[in-house]
Design a protein around this ligand. Structure first.
Ligand SMILES: N[C@@H](CCC(=O)N[C@@H](CS)C(=O)NCC(=O)O)C(=O)O
Length: 212
């Protein structure tokens, strides 16, 4: 049975998981969840994902939510040793990978997803952008990217010289920054960040996800 991803293609977190499948050539099927009908808040959905958010996966009856946990599961189960995630037996490499994954979760996602919420999702659903919040998020993200620039001046990718899930996790909200006209990842203001972003955003997996 093919891996089922309950979500939709407009969801950043669903696209994070789709990108992992594309990277590894893992066949999957999207089970569409329609936000406009509130399907993600329906009891049959929240029975599996109690927070009422997409995506979750169903792998022959094994159900899992949280896109980053799903990504780790898919890489470890289907990727082969060391692809996108280190071999768990290599404790130091795994620790460096987890450090990089935490960097994304703590130092990038709150600000990049916050900006997408203010500038894209709020207006899309009838809300109003709070410009003071936008300015605060932008200022904080600028400081974070200055630190990214130091890290990426030492290694090609966030966890070392190999592309891992920690880099991939940035793609959906990173791409939305550009859509808002926030050029932080592409402007060259932080040269190592721009070199890294251009590299990861040009991967075939991501191009496929964003074109289909
Ligand atoms: N931490 C969760 C976040 C999931 C999430 O925020 N999903 C969004 C779409 S990308 C959603 O379902 N939003 C609708 C809502 O929160 O009501 C993950 O990574 O899976």
């Amino acid at each position: 049975m093919v891996l089922k991803i309950h979500g939709n293609k407009m969801s950043t977190c669903t696209n994070r998981v789709r990108t992992v499948c594309e990277e590894l050539g893992v066949p999957y099927e999207i089970v569409p969840i329609d936000f406009s009908k509130g399907e993600h808040k329906a009891p049959e959905f929240t029975a599996t994902q109690p927070f009422g958010q997409v995506p979750y996966l169903d792998d022959e009856g094994f159900k899992l939510f949280e896109s980053r946990a799903m990504a780790r599961y898919i890489a470890l189960k289907y990727g082969g040793v060391g692809k996108l995630i280190p071999d768990p037996k290599d404790v130091q490499k795994t620790a460096l990978f987890e450090q990089a994954a935490s960097i994304e979760l703590c130092n990038f996602d709150p600000y990049a997803s916050g900006l997408a919420r203010e500038n894209i999702f709020k207006p899309m659903f009838g809300g109003k952008t709070d410009s003071a919040v936008v300015e605060e998020l932008k200022t904080t993200l600028e400081g974070k990217l200055a630190a990214y620039d130091i890290i990426l001046g030492k290694t090609k990718y966030l966890a070392g010289d190999e592309f891992t899930l920690a880099d991939l996790f940035h793609l959906p909200y990173g791409a939305l920054l550009e859509k808002q006209g926030i050029d932080y990842l592409v402007s060259g203001r932080w040269p190592n960040v721009t070199r890294w972003w251009k590299d990861i955003a040009s991967r075939e997996s991501w191009k496929k996800v964003t074109s289909a």
